[in-house]
Design a protein around this ligand. Sequence first.
Ligand SMILES: Nc1ncnc2c1ncn2[C@@H]1O[C@H](COP(=O)(O)OP(=O)(O)OP(=O)(O)O)[C@@H](O)[C@H]1O
Ligand SMILES: [Mg+2]
Length: 363
Amino acid sequence: VTGIMSDRDIVSTLALDRLAEGVLLIDDSGMIAYANSEAAHLFGKSLEDLLGTAFSLPVRTEDEVEIYIPSAQGRVLTVQMQVVPLDADGKSLSLISLHDVTTVIEAKRALEAERRALEDSNRNLEEFASAISHDLQQPLNTIAGLLQILEMNAKDRLTEDDKASIDSAVKGILRMNDMIHGLLNYAWIHAHGQPMEPVQGRKILDKAVANLRGAIDAAGAIVTFEPLPTFLGDESQLVSLFQNLIDNGLKYRSPDRVPSIHVTVDTRDPGQAIVSFKDNGIGIPRESFKRIFSTFKRLQDNASCPGVGLGLAICKRIVERHGGSIWLESQLGAGTTFHVALPQEMQMLSKGMSTAKRAAGPT
Ligand SMILES: Nc1ncnc2c1ncn2[C@@H]1O[C@H](COP(=O)(O)OP(=O)(O)OP(=O)(O)O)[C@@H](O)[C@H]1O
Ligand SMILES: [Mg+2]
């Protein structure tokens, strides 16, 4: 056994003993001819105990295998083992490296357990949201139906005030329905999202504008935009993002001028694009910049301008799911610009795209 070590090997032995990697040398009779300190440490034995004992593990493979070593503290170590066959002076030896991955594996397991717990809680939340939406809608629809029957049956006996009351009750029910739908959309952004894929900005904008066609025409609004890059995202969520921002530009317009919404793009930063939606509407006071992204927070009352107060909360959640951010600038009475930073598909980065400005409106 000792014969294998030459004086020259002392240097390498000193070096090997400092390695965080266990090293064993198995001679052609299957005995441990050399072990470094880490190897002894892993097996929980002294170097003297280890040297000269038979090595019972499979040593013929060159693949990396995982072995489990019970430690004195009752812990089981997970060790990656690699065997390198050596041919020295006609003797076939095996060099074994041992790498302790117990902490890595334990951390991975803990992470996996956490991920599962999160998935469970998300699923619970989702089931909860579905149940609520279903269970709440049922009685709401019943109430709406009953009110309509009441209105029909008691038609001749109802005063104008009575009819107005029934009307506002029905409106309240419709509004509550909208809120439930909006909340569901909000709750499902993470759980029901599609995988991130390259999606052309122009396609997103076209869909958003098509969905808002009626409102755009009714407002006589002008929507203009620059050439858009290809994003890396969830198409239907990005449509919803663009649509909510354009919708707000239409809704919160100034009575004094033709509403216009201009969409611009900044692709100077590689990997991300900043899309800006600039309107010439009523503006937002600075102290409300944060509040408007919360659920059900509105600056208008429902009578003057209908809305649920979820659009921007949904936008924020969508942008966050895409690893981006959303912020705004505004001047009261002059207009508002919402900026969204979104991941951009890398191949599409070209100088021409970011500098070529082409207004393609009115739509
Ligand atoms: N472009 C804008 N100009 C002026 N005010 C805005 C603009 N966008 C949003 N706001 C203000 O922020 C509030 C929140 O907007 P958000 O889109 O979240 O809800 P909403 O438009 O009221 O309802 P909905 O859920 O139907 O979108 C609005 O009620 C409005 O007061
Ligand atoms: Mg809105």
